[in-house]
Design a binder for this molecule. Sequence first.
Ligand SMILES: CCCCCCCCCCC/C=C/C(=O)SCCNC(=O)CCNC(=O)[C@H](O)C(C)(C)COP(=O)(O)OP(=O)(O)OC[C@H]1O[C@@H](n2cnc3c(N)ncnc32)[C@H](O)[C@@H]1OP(=O)(O)O
Length: 294
Amino acid sequence: MATRIIHLPKYSRLSCLVKPLTISARTFATATASTNPPQFTTLSVDDRTGIATLTLNRPPANALNALFMGEIQRSITDLEKENCRGLILTSSSQRIFSAGLDLKECYKADVASLEGLWCALQNLWRTLFSTPLITVALINGHAIAGGCMLAVSSEYRIMLPNFKIGVNETMVGLAVPSWLMDTYINIMPSRRIAEWDLTSSRIYSSESALKAGLVDELASSKEEALQKSAAFIDSFSKRTLMARAITKQQFRAEILRNFEQNRQHDLDIYLSTMQKPSMQEFLGEYLQSLDAKK
Ligand SMILES: CCCCCCCCCCC/C=C/C(=O)SCCNC(=O)CCNC(=O)[C@H](O)C(C)(C)COP(=O)(O)OP(=O)(O)OC[C@H]1O[C@@H](n2cnc3c(N)ncnc32)[C@H](O)[C@@H]1OP(=O)(O)O
């Protein structure tokens, strides 16, 4: 898929004006540092409005592997440099926004691949969560685990009806990483409900997610959701963009600092968990259960 970036001289470059957060000295490995053309995403920018739409397109489930996550991350950093104002993140599938980490790539994988996958997930989260762009997740399908992470890292969530959204990690005997926990708490109206959801692997329907405050609006079609997404981005005037971006950054700074301090520990936990024979056995059964639905 070709990437189309249109230059938008009307808007000031937020990335130049917002002071970058300190990044830890250590460079973390990523299998995503590539300059290959995008394979799993399409990016379009409306030069009239300054709004970019990044469409996830890795059938069948938009499962997140290292290459895919690297593409999403690079698109966001490119948009920051291209004088873009807002970003809508959506899926080309009519059924699945994202099923989270690519579990097929976690199964019987070597350590280097597991490390590449996890670092790509960390890097993507960090970029999306900290971007000065105005971010909207247009959730036009199921959003599970890492898929829900993409949604809650964005600033605003608009979901189509009759889908599922949530973080199901504890269901499989795994702790939710603290950065994902903090991200979830950041958007939920109540910390108590957030704790309840994440400890019980609660998966919401679109309708119950709206009631709980996990999503902000429902839309009956993708077209309506695109209009609502644009309206959210337009609700911030051009004049206030810089102040808005700095304020967003201040709100998120502590979560980002905690993440940087725990980044290696977080990776170590993931690697040791995924290499346990019991985890791999479970993963094999889980993947079979997905296949058995057919
Ligand atoms: C369970 C191990 C956890 C890993 C360790 C993580 C540690 C904590 C980390 C926190 C950060 C994030 C972690 C993650 O994201 S883990 C991923 C968890 N995701 C899931 O459990 C979702 C599983 N999928 C589903 O529930 C359903 O597929 C879904 C509701 C999304 C859609 O249902 P539907 O009926 O519409 O579609 P199918 O089930 O038939 O799926 C279509 C095809 O997609 C493949 N698929 C689905 N999910 C994944 C996946 N996560 N990775 C790879 N492939 C996936 C499925 O097998 C079908 O493929 P085929 O058509 O080829 O058979």
